[in-house]
Design a protein around this ligand. Sequence first.
Ligand SMILES: [Zn+2]
Length: 283
Amino acid sequence: MAKSKATWDGFSLKPRREMPQGLWMRCPTCEHMLYKNSVVDNLNVCPDCQHHFRVDSNTRIAQLVDEGTFQEVAEELSSSDPLKFTFRGTQYKDRIDADAAKTGFNEAMRVGKAFVKGRGIALAVMEPEFLMGSMGSVVGEKFCLAAEIAIAQSLPLVVVSCSGGARMHEGVVSLGQMAKTSAAIARLDKAGGMFISVLADPTTGGVTASFAMLGDVIIAEPKALIGFAGPRTIYQTIKIELPEGFQRSEFLLDHGFVDTIVHRKDLRSEIARLIDYCGKEKN
Ligand SMILES: [Zn+2]
């Protein structure tokens, strides 16, 4: 059987199928056959090589916050189709409906409040299965809502990014969300708030170029792809082979773009520790 390594092939990629139906699955890094339940029980991390599988928003929230504490807001918000955009014969509106049916969510970000080890947080989690976790007008709006909750209720803001970047279907409206979300973080900063940005594989494009890299603390999961243009796009543009590991968490840590790399099993503890360390002193 031909062995295939999972690759990120730019913004036009199809969602990577890492969690096939059935009892067994193959790890794309070590290529071991794994009993699926053993991976799920291990926070969707390969027990053999620690490959961090991509997880949907429900799984991420369940793994990150105290059980049953997530209170979602604005889940009904859904994008309109301002440009009447069609891509490869599919209308944007139809794509939204299809991905809503597939994921059970109306958009590529979920926001609300929750607790992490008893610490209250405002939370935003991207849904990678919804139009590749891309940022359009609704993602921008929901991100700002989460920031407003953080400001109004003096909560730290925790955002988990997992995104193909800005959503081309919304054109410049989508690019405008980069400024909008960045401005929301500036307001949070002015209000004395704290923003913990968690980068999962992949975090790319307009999301990297806006809020994802604006965290007071930026945490990356191991070996996550983090960058602006994808490696293939860069190669096709400048015809230069990129350095080994370029745009991976470890390379970015070495070059000062992220503050720390945290294994998924330690993410809750690390976020709680940061909140305690950076939080306001209680009177
Ligand atoms: Zn593995």
